[in-house]
Design a protein around this ligand. Structure first.
Ligand code: PMM
Length: 283
């Protein structure tokens, strides 16, 4: 059964931040590239994250790391489909991370319950019309351009206001294509067309985005701005050693009841959400 938000009732009735566990079935993703290119390893990891408290597993087959090039549709499908099918048959709620309508459609037909398009429908002209035919959540991320050039697209007058305005323009395009507003979650796109320093004001002034009244997903997990924050002797903190900082962000998000955090380690973020939730309920 689905809630009017398009979420399974068991998720939408929760009064806490959701935890989305990430699996990149890619050889080169920014955070976990190469680890889950083998479908069996990816499936085992998805099951583990689910047991550890992930509410949703987000599966992507195309790397979005800065500078990365696109892969073919077939290659993307070959990577993600076996993993999606296996996790869905276990009853796990799956989200498809793709910029291609055709891949989204195959995933949704297989049972995926959410579409996460980092371009918010800007890359594939078929995406928004397709999403308009569905009753499931659509995660629309702030996006200025493809990964191979996004590091040159970081000029903002005021990063907080510009990101808000640009996301809301994307939301308007989605609505114009027939996507119902109640299906849209927005995401400021931490690290996408942003310098390391530009991510902090977005987090600090999240109220500006919250004022739009749409659910917000935050994808800060293990990203470069955390590695740079924790750098020693000019060396960024290793990717695998950014978990405590990621958990700190999850605490901050849970405190403001952000809709969802997208993370690589489900257990630490879910534990953090539980602590915040218990504090909020304690008289
Ligand atoms: N980040 C990545 C990939 N997909 N999707 C959303 N909605 N938000 C993000 O911030 C996001 C994403 C890239 O990082 P990864 O290596 O953690 O997947």
């Amino acid at each position: 059964m689905l809630h009017p938000s398009g979420l399974p009732v068991s998720l939408s009735s929760l009064d806490r931040t959701l935890v989305m566990g990430v699996i990149n079935v890619t050889p080169d993703s920014f955070s976990d590239g190469g680890r889950f290119i083998d479908a069996n390893v990816a499936i085992a990891h998805g099951r583990k994250m689910s047991e550890q408290g992930a509410d949703i597993i987000d599966i992507g087959g195309e790397s979005t790391r800065p500078g990365s090039e696109r892969i073919s549709e077939q290659e993307e499908l070959d990577r993600v489909l076996p993993v999606i099918e296996a996790l869905i048959s276990d009853g796990i709620v799956v989200s498809i991370d793709t910029m291609r309508a055709s891949v989204a459609k195959t995933a949704v037909t297989a049972g995926a319950r959410m579409i996460n398009d980092i371009s918010g429908g800007k890359v594939d002209p078929q995406m928004l019309p397709y999403v308009a035919t569905l009753d499931i959540p659509f995660i629309l991320m702030h996006w200025r351009g493809p990964s191979n050039i996004m590091n040159s697209l970081t000029d903002y007058d005021d990063v907080v206001l510009d990101v808000r305005n640009e996301i809301m323009d994307q939301v308007a395009s989605a609505e114009a294509a027939g996507v119902h507003r109640s299906r849209i979650a927005i995401d400021p796109g931490i690290g996408f067309a942003k310098t390391v320093d530009q991510n902090w004001p977005i987090l600090k002034h999240l109220d500006v985005l919250e004022a739009e009244g749409l659910p917000i997903l935050m994808g800060a997990s293990r990203k470069k701005f955390l590695g740079e924050l924790l750098a020693r002797n000019g060396e960024p903190r290793e990717m695998d050693d950014r978990e405590a900082a990621t958990t700190a962000i999850s605490v901050l998000m849970a405190q403001r009841k952000t809709w969802c955090v997208r993370v690589h380690d489900a257990r630490s973020s879910r534990d953090a959400v539980e602590v915040v939730q218990r504090m909020a309920e304690t008289k």
